[in-house]
Design a protein around this ligand. Structure first.
Ligand code: 13P
Length: 258
């Protein structure tokens, strides 16, 4: 079991990591840990996550009332408290604005395609919560439906929140979300996305056990979006394959004429 001092230095370390990775700018983001006694150790509002020291952090109770600390708690504390309330398994939360994933959130696009095996195993998918003003009940209400079923959520026109059994896990999930956003963007630039099938996804969900992944995943038609089942009697071709077939047929006709 870690001491409160150790948890303080873990938050400072994760702050440095999210800052170094460019997941936050200026005073963006907030990080918290649920302590043994149920109180929450959290970053204060309006501080660079790259330059915090242990003494900057504050402790609030389960209702968000100050227990200790010289600074004012993060304006997003209500979002953290809601996640801790709905998910007894969650012991730490990271909120950041990583550019690519936040780009998806600003484009109104969830990261819900079955494109990368590891991401399907970890998250199932990363849904998009509707827009809610930062630091208000609008934001907490927007994420409420998603919290019980997913470990990472895109916040429309805002950023990303991830959580887990410790602050390193929560941060690792933030890295996976941003990495996946970049991969997803690459497939869009390349103009081609080959989705996994529903059979592939079922196998990956079974494989989660092997990797000790216990986080909940709620599957639906759109989480994750998989390759459509081929309809009997029809075939699916890419544009390139269709062009190749037509060109080959035209070539044959040309030869027959000569
Ligand atoms: P705080 O500085 O109040 O934690 O808010 C930062 C932020 O990222 C809001 O979305």
């Amino acid at each position: 079991m870690k001491s409160v001092e150790q948890h303080r230095s873990d938050i400072v370390e994760i702050g440095r990591r999210v800052y170094r990775l460019g997941y936050v700018a200026a005073y963006d983001g907030n990080i918290s840990i649920r302590l043994e006694d149920g109180n929450i150790l959290c970053t204060p509002t309006a501080i660079s996550k790259g330059y915090m020291s242990e003494g900057d952090l504050v402790i609030v109770n389960g209702e968000g009332k100050m227990v200790s600390g010289a600074r004012k708690v993060s304006s997003e504390i209500a979002m953290h408290l809601l996640i801790y309330k709905l998910r007894p398994d969650v012991l730490a939360i990271v909120h950041a604005h990583p550019p690519c994933a936040t780009g998806y959130a600003a484009a109104g696009m969830p990261l819900n395609k079955a494109l990368v095996a590891e991401v399907v195993m970890t998250f199932g998918c990363i849904p998009l919560a509707p827009y809610g003003t930062t630091g208000t009940a609008e934001l907490t209400e927007a994420i409420r439906p998603f919290v019980p079923s997913y470990d990472g959520i895109l916040l429309a026109n805002h950023g990303v929140v991830t959580y887990g059994s410790d602050v390193y896990q929560a941060h690792a999930k933030m890295e996976t979300v941003e990495h996946f956003a970049r991969i997803s963007l690459t497939t869009r630039i390349l103009g081609k996305e080959v989705l996994l099938t529903s059979d592939d996804v079922s196998k990956l969900l079974v494989a989660r056990e092997k990797y000790g992944i216990k986080a909940p995943v709620k599957l639906s038609d759109t989480c994750p979006t998989v390759q459509p089942e081929p309809v009997e009697g029809t075939i699916t071709l890419t544009k390139e394959e269709l062009v190749d077939i037509i060109q080959a047929a035209l070539e044959c006709l040309r030869h027959e004429k000569h």
